[in-house]
Design a protein around this ligand. Structure first.
Ligand code: ADP
Ligand code: DAR
Length: 342
């Protein structure tokens, strides 16, 4: 019997699968300009043998410096041929009506993207000095947001524990990085120069220096996926004028974890489907729809009362428009299936 503290080894961990002796030898002496090494990249998978991926980037340079390790992982995880990534936020011609105006099923909708600066290391490798400079640049870049996107920045350092816990419980604020991120160095100097920006209506948020340098989030109660998506697109149009994000036409937007590359978008609903989620077809159907299942407090959490976090699985080699359509059609199907069991 496994002791509670033991972690089950994942035989399919992609880092272990693709870090052959030849690749390890070839990359052993490689160090990026921000000091990222092979050892730092794979430390999380070594410390956490139950990892599914097991490797993190430290800066934009990591993806080319360690390409012989990252590229096979990217190809396998994203089922992507490295042929080129395109961005398209247009919803023209797509259905936009609210799928659940009475709120019988969809509790809330959230669409987020991860973004990192071209000029700074990622949270896994950034120096304390650069993390402070980056925080100041982000706060400055978020000034002057149009209309209802305007808001305030709240540093974690000095935030009351009661306030912090309440915002986490409300699915609003991030916690300190989990053991996977801890091993990757993301929690160094916590909680210095981390924080959250949010608009007055609390429907637009920006996380600063969580797993990525910025997590730019649009969220609201209900099932108006188009409104949530459009708010995010409007905010990004503004922010993109202020910040040079790390991006390349093959890997898309660069992120700390290779699973988030490309659009770096996760579009999700919290949906109450107690009957269909109890059926043997639930997981297979979501997989067929290109959807991932998470619990109500995000990754590695549990569902409650038949409520699940349902979101797109693919982020790279797919456009933002296609992710919107995949979630929209997936939610429509899940509601139909739940209704058929009522
Ligand atoms: P991320 O989506 O940023 O990769 P997580 O899956 O950990 O990270 O989710 C972060 C937070 O966002 C969690 O508190 C989670 O409950 C919340 N969340 C995710 N999707 C929704 C949603 N559709 N409605 C409300 N909260 C959500
Ligand atoms: N837990 C790590 C990363 C998985 C992807 N989730 C992220 N990036 N939040 C693993 O290798 O399993």
């Amino acid at each position: 019997m496994l002791l509670m503290t033991e972690k089950k080894t994942n035989p399919d961990m992609l880092m272990k699968k693709h870090l052959s002796d030849t690749v390890a030898l070839a990359l052993a002496g490689v160090t990026t300009s921000h000091g990222w090494t092979l050892k730092k990249a794979v430390q999380s998978g070594i410390d956490n043998p139950d990892s599914s991926i097991g490797v993190y980037a430290g800066d934009p340079e990591s993806y080319t410096a360690f390409a012989t390790l990252f590229d096979p992982i990217i190809k396998e995880y994203h089922r992507y041929d490295m042929s080129g990534h395109k961005s398209d936020f247009s919803l023209a011609g797509l259905p936009v009506e609210n799928l659940d105006p009475e709120g019988r099923y969809v509790i809330s909708t959230r669409v987020r993207v991860g973004r990192n600066f071209q000029k700074y290391a990622f949270p896994s490798a950034i120096s304390a000095e650069d993390r402070a400079a980056m925080e100041a640049e982000i706060v400055e870049a978020l000034k002057g947001l149009p209309g209802t996107l305007q808001g305030e920045y709240y540093p974690l350092d000095g935030m009351s524990e009661e306030n912090r816990q309440k915002m986490i419980a409300d699915h609003f604020l991030f916690k300190q990085g989990d053991r996977f991120l801890e091993s990757a160095g993301v929690n160094r100097d916590w909680p210095k120069n981390r924080g959250i920006f949010f608009s007055l209506d609390k429907r637009f948020l920006v996380w600063v220096s969580e797993e990525d340098s910025m997590r730019i989030i649009s969220m609201q109660p209900g099932a108006d996926i188009a409104e949530v998506f459009t708010r995010l697109a409007t905010a990004l149009d503004f922010i993109n004028q202020k910040v040079q994000f790390a991006f390349d036409p093959v890997r898309g937007y660069y992120t700390t974890c290779p699973t988030n590359l490309g659009t770096a978008m996760r579009a999700s609903v919290h949906i109450r489907i107690p009957k269909f989620s109890a059926s043997p077809d639930f997981e297979h159907t979501c997989k067929e729809l290109g959807l991932s299942i998470r619990g109500i407090h995000g990754e590695h959490s549990e569902s409650a009362d038949g409520v699940y976090d349902i979101s797109n699985k693919r982020r790279l080699g797919i456009t933002e428009r296609e992710i919107y359509s995949q979630l929209y059609q997936g939610v429509k199907k899940l509601i139909e299936l739940e209704k058929s069991l009522e």
